[in-house]
Design a protein around this ligand. Structure first.
Ligand SMILES: C[S@@+](CC[C@H](N)C(=O)[O-])C[C@H]1O[C@@H](n2cnc3c(N)ncnc32)[C@H](O)[C@@H]1O
Length: 313
């Protein structure tokens, strides 16, 4: 099952069941709705209805009024170590649907529905594991693209790289990788980063970066979280930790070039105070102003986003 492609009703039913512990409650012996409702402090009619829908989706097996999570969904939905783990993604998608449906409020206030920087613990877990999964398809090819522009065994700073997928791909190409992410994200992902031999540094990239120097800095899907002022300051900060000729690589939706870039800006409107998506000209001018040259724009290997490369002048 492609959990990312479910229609909105199925996405709500599955995301809610995963988030509220209903799937875990059904991962052992078959149970009746009354038992699940009792164990989780829920309403019996509501649980019976939800389980019926999950059975119709073939997430649960039903036999004589008792339900159980199907074996093929157990790893992908419950086990963070499973290679196809999508439990974070389904909870994240459920949250997106809830947040997007509050757009009338956002239109009036101009404020996000909640501050991206202040995620609840459970929400953070879902978000980071959703990002970890989403990056899987293109990370190896991005690592190849970046490393082919660098000397052997380069030092790479992965800015906002906490989910670890890109960092792992850079490390597989022989890079010495430092991931900078918010302290709570580095803590959450510590065992994954350590297993890949990647150094985790907790901090706020809008304030400072690890000293370096680095042969490259990778900014994967972080530019859209912030406005022009933060991005311009971040590019200047990145320049300061690169060796002369060092490479900055940005992966993001580029306005007017990447399909879906304008729609993605709506996601940032709903979730951030200043985020959005930017044109190639904006990126070029911000990079040149920060002291980069040799601007290059390329299609990212997977998905609709683009890669931007430039070198420290
Ligand atoms: C959309 S995710 C992208 C993750 C990863 N680079 C990728 O492309 O899959 C953005 C990441 O940036 C981190 N982040 C956002 N603002 C940050 C800040 N001010 N300082 C450090 N990390 C930040 C988030 O915690 C998250 O891990």
């Amino acid at each position: 099952m492609d959990y990312a492609e479910l229609g909105w009703q199925e996405a709500v039913v599955l995301g809610c069941a995963r988030q509220e512990g209903v799937l875990e409650a059904l991962s052992g012996e078959p149970r009746a709705p009354e038992e699940v409702a009792g164990a989780l402090g829920m309403d019996v009619r509501a649980v019976r209805t939800l389980l019926g829908a999950l059975a119709e989706m073939e997430i649960l097996d039903e036999e004589e009024g008792r339900f159980r999570l199907r074996e093929e969904h157990r790893g992908p939905l419950l086990d963070r170590r499973h290679p196809e783990y999508a439990g974070g993604s389904v909870v994240h998608r459920f949250g997106m649907i809830r947040n997007w449906s509050r757009m009338p409020e956002v239109l009036r206030s101009g404020e996000p529905v909640r501050d991206n920087a202040a995620r609840e613990e459970e929400d953070l877990d879902a978000f980071i594991f959703a990002m970890r999964r989403r990056a899987k398809e293109g990370a190896g090819a991005v690592a190849w693209e970046l490393c082919s522009r660098l000397p052997e065994n380069p030092r790479i700073l992965d800015v906002g790289g906490g989910p670890g997928t890109y960092a792992e791909a850079f490390a597989r190409r022989g890079a010495e990788v430092t991931v900078l992410d918010l302290p709570e994200v580095v803590e959450l992902m510590r065992e994954y980063l350590e297993a890949a031999g990647v150094r985790g540094a907790g901090g706020d990239f809008n304030e400072s970066l690890p000293e370096g120097p680095f042969e490259a800095a990778y900014l994967g899907n972080v530019s859209h979280i912030y406005g022009p002022a933060e991005n311009r300051a971040l590019f200047r900060r990145v320049r300061g930790v690169l060796v002369p000729g060092g490479v900055i690589c940005i992966r993001d939706f580029v306005r007017g070039v990447s399909r879906g870039a304008a729609m993605f800006a709506v996601n940032m409107l709903v979730h951030t105070r200043s985020g959005g998506t930017y044109s190639a000209e904006e990126y070029r001018s911000w990079l040149e102003e920060a002291g980069f040259e040799g601007f290059e724009l390329a299609q990212a290997p997977a998905g609709e986003a683009h890669l931007i490369f430039a070198r420290r002048a």
